[in-house]
Design a protein around this ligand. Structure first.
Ligand code: ADP
Ligand code: MG
Length: 227
């Protein structure tokens, strides 16, 4: 399922002024693509990702996925959408600190009603798939930055999302760890056909990993390349 974005607008109020964070943006993210969104700080990257992820609502415009306009879903539909269609990872890993790697993934599964042995097995399989089969019982503060991001990737994949949204996923990592995380994302994209939309300010990396590059300026597309 492609993601069709039509004339998307999101403005924020700042005192007297309104800031157009996303400004009449249209694009098609192809099914199975690895799309990178680049642009300077403040260009609207995170706002765009949050709109696609259903974490925020646009003022106008459409985001059509699977025949549904995400922008028009009611609260309950939106929460189903967030649970079933998209997985999201951030720069700050947002794990629960007093829970082990496996428990963090299990919590996500629990939200979708997966219980008991199935939950144990699936969380283990997910962590193995991101290379953390030996770290199931570690707490987040017993893991390296790269390992922690892998746990959050496993957690984001818990509900078999169609689309993985990543906001500066390597923003807190050193360059070699960043490279490993990029390789993992590329593998998930190629091997599982997972559609990925990744925000980064690292244009060089974006050029290497993506097959669709969107460059934003002031909330609008300044340049777009599709391979
Ligand atoms: N919750 C908010 N309230 C007010 N302004 C916001 C909010 N979120 C983002 N903005 C503004 O919208 C613009 C785009 O922000 P953002 O999408 O975070 O950019 P980027 O991720 O590219 O750095 C910026 O001018 C930012 O200050
Ligand atoms: Mg941002």
């Amino acid at each position: 399922m492609n993601i069709q974005i039509n004339e998307l607008v999101k403005t924020f109020r700042k005192g007297e002024n309104t800031i157009p964070a996303v400004n009449h943006l249209s694009s098609t993210v192809r099914d199975g693509s690895f799309t990178a969104v680049v642009g300077k700080s403040g260009s609207g990257k995170s706002t765009l990702l949050n709109l696609v992820g259903g974490l925020d609502r646009p003022d106008s415009g459409e985001i059509i996925i699977d025949g549904k306009n995400v922008a028009a879903l009611n609260r309950r539909e939106l929460s189903v959408y967030r649970k079933t269609t998209v997985g999201i990872i951030f720069q700050s890993f947002n794990l629960i600190h007093h829970r082990t790697a496996q428990e963090n993934v299990e919590l996500s599964l629990a939200f979708n009603g997966i219980t008991g042995r199935k939950r144990k097995e699936k969380s283990k399989a997910l962590l193995e798939s991101v290379g953390l089969g030996e770290r199931l019982d570690h707490l987040p503060n017993e893991l390296s930055g790269g390992e922690t991001q892998r746990v959050s990737i496993a957690r984001a994949l818990a509900n078999d999302p169609h689309v993985l949204l990543a906001d500066e996923p390597t923003g807190n990592l050193d360059s070699s760890t960043s490279h490993e995380i990029m390789q993992l994302l590329q593998r998930l994209n190629k091997e599982s056909g997972l559609t990925i939309i990744m925000v980064t300010h690292d244009r060089e990396t974006a050029e290497i990993v993506s097959d669709h590059l969107i460059q934003l300026k002031d909330g609008a597309i300044m340049d777009e390349k599709i391979r």
